[in-house]
Design a binder for this molecule. Sequence first.
Ligand SMILES: Cc1cc2nc3c(=O)[nH]c(=O)nc-3n(C[C@H](O)[C@H](O)[C@H](O)COP(=O)(O)OP(=O)(O)OC[C@H]3O[C@@H](n4cnc5c(N)ncnc54)[C@H](O)[C@@H]3O)c2cc1C
Length: 264
Amino acid sequence: MIIIGAGGHGLSLAYHLVKKGVKDIILVEQSRIGYGSSSRNASRFRYHFYSKENIEFALEGIKYLISQKKELKYNPLIYKTGYLWLLHDENLIESFKKLHSLWSSYSIGGKFLECREFEFLKVNGTCYFAPQDGAFHHDYILYSYYEEIKDKVDIKYAKVSKILHNNGKITGIKLESGEEIKDDVVIVTAGVWSGELLKTANINLPIYPDRKEIFITEDVKFGIKPLVIDFKREIYFSHTLKGEIIGGIEKEDIGFKEFSISFL
Ligand SMILES: Cc1cc2nc3c(=O)[nH]c(=O)nc-3n(C[C@H](O)[C@H](O)[C@H](O)COP(=O)(O)OP(=O)(O)OC[C@H]3O[C@@H](n4cnc5c(N)ncnc54)[C@H](O)[C@@H]3O)c2cc1C
């Protein structure tokens, strides 16, 4: 079979298929291992999503992530730091009361507290703290998978330009170089590029890139333990164990240049 994309999903799939004894896997990557989002993210995990489906998925996923610690070559350094939400108004507090009962029904309830209890925050008001959430080192997971499969999977560094098909059946892929590889199983784990690639097989899925900004500072003294989510300013940020402050902004039209984090 052919897997397109060596990000977290493609590598994990290849790793687990090899473990099950599947042979003749070709993994095609246009650039390098983890070139997409899998090596450029905030490295956080959380249970505290806003729908039952996501919570249940997270409960299983995180259990599996923790169990992988024993199996992987590199330690993914999983640590629980918590998530902290700044609740700026009564509406948000009301929404979080409902979420709190949902989360409590899964035994992952957090607590409401004064934001000032966190010394690094110069903010008055109510916050919600979920201590169960945390962080891990995504690169160690990617490279653990890579180490396990590199001699068992045919990894090709090339860009796939087309998924080949005939009479409604998948027949292989075409690379940018013009080379064709025949196979009746093609799995697309190409991240945000998946939508474009699938169109070449006449499959329309609503997968498209959505540009986000992420910032990272130089190392500063460790002080921000949880990941902080601020809905009003539409940002999130946290502190890595190494010492960088890392965060993202949702409002793409504003950008960090015009954005102040003076409340820290
Ligand atoms: C800024 C940011 C912060 C994030 N923070 C978090 C977080 O804290 N916690 C969390 O759980 N998730 C986070 N995410 C989401 C997470 O990183 C992604 O969901 C995950 O990495 C997606 O993995 P993937 O393997 O599907 O895609 P990717 O990692 O993007 O991999 C796709 C791969 O396919 C390859 N590819 C694409 N097209 C082709 C082609 N035509 N031919 C050959 N190869 C191709 C690419 O080069 C790439 O290597 C964040 C994402 C971003 C962008």
